[in-house]
Design a binder for this molecule. Sequence first.
Ligand code: SF4
Length: 150
Amino acid sequence: MFNHFPPHVVFEEVPDEVTLAFVISGCPLRCSGCHSQDTWQRDRGLPLTCERFSHYIEQYSGFISCVLFFGGEWQSELLIKKLIIAKQYQLKTCLYTGLNKLPKRILQHLDFVKTGPWLEERGGLADPKSNQQFIEVSTGKKLNHRFYNH
Ligand code: SF4
């Protein structure tokens, strides 16, 4: 099962990109203080089939430059299929995961990755003391400074 909620265009989650963002239901990590607990159940939302995913991309064609998944790594084969489709449309790809590390079979299809669980006392990407990291995969560069509040 690879269920999703209707996607949104976002401007700040991936620096310099106009991004179509999908929340995938079923995150198993159960971080304390998670703001998305209503998405924990795997059967929330609708199945994100390859056809439906392509249709979304075509709807936003010429406007978006990147596709982002909030989760979905727990269904890696289904996630990878979507990442491959996004690349076929010449789009960049990003995954926000609560894991600290991802397997290479997923990483090789990503341009950017946000790693690390939500720890309330450390804060998110905008907080310099955050445990989370936003990485450009091709260079391994950490880009957290792009998220700091100025
Ligand atoms: S990884 Fe994200 S969605 Fe999953 S439980 Fe933690 S904060 Fe919530």
